[in-house]
Ligand binder design. Structure first.
Ligand code: NAD
Ligand code: MG
Length: 393
């Protein structure tokens, strides 16, 4: 079995850490050759000591010298670089054949696209990049000749439930994709009960341990909305063929319903190492360090429809998907600004949906032309969101 050289973009994050855990369990199969981080220079240096990559990239150029100093002091011989362009170049470069896209937010777009264009095996966790630029990413993948294996647990589950992992629904007898959602920390609450919730409460997810941005998205259900758009692009499913089902235990990670009435599901404990190990080893399997699933101890499994009136972000994401064009990119940009403001204590939880709704109403959907236009649109949507925020506060 050939050794996979893995670039972990966003190595200091939650997905990055889970990836490195799986990689370290199989030194004969995987090697972390490139590690990147935003500003966590100490954490990145520590990861380099442990995993001995060939290249470490810090996004903030002002921290490059410190990274080099720390690595030299620790006796680690590894190339050092900085800046977002260096991250994208590393994703496309010769040091890796596999790229784990685990940067959070639109900041991950360039490196995700670069890996796709370069024909790498792309393990996609950074859902914001496919939400923003789905068509362009798929085009880049086709041109590069590589493969995308979804790491988002729901999409990884669907990938596993499709014949031969086939990423295209046409002609496969699929009727519906059913994405499960835990419902987040505020499941069952009324709008009145959500008015005063704090960032720490929103980030205390009952089932998954994740970065703060995706934790807030899980609390608003925007995470599921982004995942609906992600599923649309990954599997070629229309909005009407994607359903969201709340499943608080987070053991059924998603389901595929076929025209003959069969429904296939993928189950497992809520631990991202399963999806990451699957995507790294596909079409094989490797041990992931995840405890075996004890279904008898977890019974009964519960399912319920999502509450779209309370968690409006999910409805807004469906609206953006149906509007098409660059509406999903606008939705994503507005959401990133609103979530940042909520995490900074500058916006109430329920107003996240108001900001997103306001920006979607202001910027009607335009066709997606190219990355440059999309980036400008992303900026326009962020400006509009900040203006709405200023007026609201
Ligand atoms: P995190 O906040 O824990 O980690 C983010 C990583 O990205 C860090 O290494 C950080 O240094 C890096 N980063 C942040 N901003 C950056 C920037 N501007 N430039 C360069 N690097 C930057 O986030 P996470 O929970 O690991 O999530 C990462 C991505 O994976 C997100 O898109 C998220 O939606 C997706 N995802 C996460 C989970 C999960 O369980 N955590 C599950 C499914 C999908
Ligand atoms: Mg998910």
């Amino acid at each position: 079995m050939a050794l996979r050289n893995v670039a972990v973009l966003g190595a200091t994050g939650s997905i990055g850490g889970s990836t490195l855990d799986v990689v370290a369990r199989h030194p004969e199969r995987f090697r972390a050759t490139v590690l990147t981080a935003h500003r966590q220079v100490e954490a990145l240096a520590e990861l380099c000591v442990r995993h001995r990559p060939q290249l470490a990239v810090i996004a903030d150029p002002s921290l490059e010298a410190e990274l080099a100093r720390r690595l030299a002091a620790a006796g680690v011989r590894c190339e050092v670089a900085s800046g977002m362009e260096a991250i994208a170049a590393a994703a496309a470069g010769p040091l890796c054949d596999t790229v784990v896209a685990a940067i959070v937010g639109a900041a991950g777009l360039d490196s995700t696209l670069a890996a796709a264009r370069a024909g790498k095996r792309l393990l996609l966790a950074n859902k914001e990049s496919i939400v923003m630029a789905g068509e362009l990413l798929l085009e880049a993948l086709r041109a590069g000749g590589g493969e995308l294996i979804p790491v988002d647990s729901e999409h990884n589950a669907i990938f596993q439930c499709l014949p031969g992992g086939r990423p295209d629904l046409r002609g496969s007898g699929v009727r519906r994709l059913i994405l499960t959602a835990s419902g987040g920390p505020f499941r069952g609450r009324t709008r009145a009960q959500l008015a005063g919730v704090t960032p720490d409460q929103a980030c205390r997810h009952p089932k998954w341990s994740m970065g703060r941005k995706i934790s807030v998205d899980s609390a608003t259900l925007m995470n599921k909305g982004l995942e609906v758009i992600e599923a649309h692009h990954l599997f070629g499913a229309g909005a009407d063929a994607i359903e969201v089902l709340v499943h608080p235990q987070s053991l059924v990670h998603s389901l595929v319903e076929y025209v003959d009435g069969s429904v296939l599901a993928q189950l497992g404990n809520p631990d991202m190492r399963t999806a990451i190990a699957h995507a790294l080893a596909w079409p094989g399997r490797v041990e992931a360090g995840v405890a075996p699933l004890d279904l008898a101890a977890s019974a009964p499994l519960a399912f319920e429809p999502p509450d779209l009136a309370t968690f409006r972000c999910l409805a807004l994401a469906f609206q953006a998907l149906r509007a098409g064009g660059d509406a999903p990119a606008v939705l994503n940009a507005a959401n990133e600004v609103a979530v940042d403001a909520f995490l900074a204590g500058a916006l109430p939880f329920l107003s996240i949906a108001d900001v997103v709704e306001g920006v979607l109403a202001e910027l009607t959907a335009q066709p997606v032309v190219d990355v440059q236009t999309l980036r400008e649109r992303d900026q326009t949507a962020r400006d509009a969101a900040r203006r709405i925020l200023r007026n609201a506060c």
